[in-house]
Design a protein around this ligand. Sequence first.
Ligand SMILES: Cc1ncc(COP(=O)(O)O)c(C=O)c1O
Length: 359
Amino acid sequence: MYPQLVIDLRKLNDNLNALAGLAGQADCSLMIVTKSFCADKRIAAEILKHDAVQYLADSRIQNIASYADMAHGAGKETVLLRLPMQSEAEEVVRHADVSLNSEIETIRLLDREAGRQGKTHKVLLMIDLGDLREGLFYQNEEEIFSVCEEILRMRHIELFGIGTNLTCYGAIIPKPDNLGWLIDLAEKIENRFHATLSMVSGGNSSSVYLIQKGELPGGINNLRLGEAFILGNETAYTNRIPGTHNDCVRLRAEIIECKEKPSLPIGEVGVDAFGLVPEYEDRGIITRAILAVGKQDTDPDGLTPLDPGVDILGGSSDHLIADVSGTGHALGGTLDFRLDYGAFLKLFTSPYVTRTYLE
Ligand SMILES: Cc1ncc(COP(=O)(O)O)c(C=O)c1O
């Protein structure tokens, strides 16, 4: 059944090998982020087989719940990436070994819940270095110290470390200077409280370029990588990571109409199904293929046809329209597409898209 995601587990494993090499070079532990593929069981199992991966992380507790037993069986820890909702404290403690936090009130709840479940829950305290998403603001040192002091007094919470997230909301690029502030803070916390922080997590796929340049500051000992794994991208300057593939997962969609028609619509132009005024290029009469996949499943702008002769013209909720003139593609056939991050995310989330695996 189409649309279908064709998932090449061998290529994903190559990507893991490349990241393992980089993490090893920087003495960093490797946390692989599973949210973009909705914690697909087969992909998660592939990651868990890899010796270099220590943590599996996701922003949704349901995804973590789906693989927690498998991860623990493989000797890996699970990490909740998005700050916990207070309403999910019970599930967080049950399924995640570690969670990223910035609110002491929520951490108090986790402490109580961990006590109830007879567990110790690890907290990675998030520090906002200026990207202005989650975290205690790095300049508010007294607030950070007082939060750490309270956590260190808790009976069922371990202050596992501190971390930061960059290049998300504010698109701020990790550099030796801003990551240096994180490392300074870690040292200050350790000295002030005679404590050891096991993890100083220096960000996501946007920090990979620093390893490549040999500039990731020494005090950073963990990276949390999603896009670098699934697409082989370093996301600070959007370069490809050597040794990785960007077509580990392809979309395959079926042609449900293929006809010679004009390239310009006929009649008064209003707005399209999404309220936008479309723009058209006059290419004369072309072979137009309609494929059975749409904006309800993916982001058409994030698809690149693997056949360079195919040109995507647009899409509606259930349809993708492409110019296939001169390519020989015909009704009933399929087209393959490479995916960007946004298209990838939506395709895995759509229940209408099937999956097949190459191993
Ligand atoms: C806190 C956090 N860390 C790491 C990641 C992974 O980001 P990326 O896919 O850029 O590696 C994300 C997003 O998925 C995140 O929210």
